[in-house]
Structure formats: structure tokens, C-alpha cells
Design a protein around this ligand. Structure first.
Ligand code: FES
Length: 158
């Protein structure tokens, strides 16, 4: 869904009058838009009365919320203990190199990939592990990681 004001209002309005709506409304926006556009906070205040400063404070407190647009494919690379020990840093470097990401970038300029380094994703026996969407890829090495990215990239040019 596009981040237009009317789409945001459509997502926010169902939370009118609901108690404890701050996190659920932020989740609803992020699930549908992919991140929290800056105008979300004023619209939340306007539509359901939660002060923009409160919603913003909650959004910046929890790591689950994103304030920037993300690529179509979010590569969740695990950097939990087991994955770290088994070389997740090498995999992160391989991903960055393969995507051409600068040190301060997480999303490719064409908005196809975002690299997101996350805590344990619960399949430590497969370390090092990454997820793209619902798919989990384990026992990664540099070559396998490049192949996975190439598969997703190939789907984009078909
Ligand atoms: S530490 Fe990576 S899946 Fe658990």
C-alpha cells in the first residue's frame, strides 16, 4: 500500500476509541506501508487523539518499528550468538558487497533489498541463518548467500 494521507487515515481510523491503541496502530501502518511515514504521527493525533509525541516516542523506543522505507525484499540476517560464532559478520559483509551497499546504507537505491541484522530467529542449529519473507536459509557461506540474493534479483528482471 502506498504511503498517501488517505491510506494512512484508512489504517488509523479503525483504532478510534480503542484503549491501548498506540502499538497496534503503529503496527497496522507498518504492516501495510512497510514503515512509519513521518506524517503518520500527526494523523494519529488528529484521527484518534493519541499525541504525536507519544506515538513517536513509542515508535522510536521499539526496534520493531521502522522510520525509513524498506526494499521489497528484507534480508533478515541473524546476528544472535550462534550465528555470530558461525560467521554472520562474514555473511553480512558478503551481502553488503553483493548488493553494493555503502557502510551507512541498509537499502539498495532501487528499493529491491534491505539488509536488517536481527537477534536470534530461532533456528540456531542452522547457523548462520537469514530470512527473506517467510523463507529461511541456513548453513550459509559466502557463495550460497550470493546465490540466494541472485535468485531474488533474477525474479525482479523477469
Ligand atoms: S542465533 Fe541465529 S538463529 Fe539463533
Amino acid at each position: 500500500m502506498e504511503a498517501t494521507a488517505s491510506n494512512l487515515v484508512e489504517l488509523i481510523r479503525p483504532f478510534q476509541g480503542k484503549v491501548g491503541a498506540t502499538i497496534p496502530v503503529l503496527q497496522a501502518i507498518q504492516t501495510n506501508i512497510g514503515y512509519l511515514p513521518p506524517e503518520s504521527f500527526d494523523l494519529i493525533e488528529q484521527e484518534i487523539g493519541i499525541p504525536a509525541s507519544k506515538a513517536y516516542g513509542v515508535a522510536t523506543f521499539y526496534a520493531q518499528f521502522r522510520m525509513e522505507p524498506v526494499g521489497k525484499h528484507v534480508i533478515k540476517l541473524c546476528d544472535g550468538t550462534a550465528c555470530h560464532v558461525k560467521g554472520s559478520e562474514t555473511i553480512a559483509t558478503a551481502i553488503r558487497d553483493h548488493l553494493g551497499l555503502a557502510a551507512d546504507e541498509v537499502t539498495t537505491p532501487d528499493m529491491v533489498f534491505t539488509l536488517d541484522e536481527v537477534a536470534c530467529i530461532g533456528c540456531c542449529s542452522l547457523a548462520p541463518v537469514l530470512m527473506i519473507g517467510e523463507m529461511t536459509y541456513g548453513n550459509l557461506n559466502v557463495e550460497k548467500t550470493r546465490e540466494i540474493i541472485d535468485e531474488y534479483r533474477a525474479k525482479e528482471v523477469l
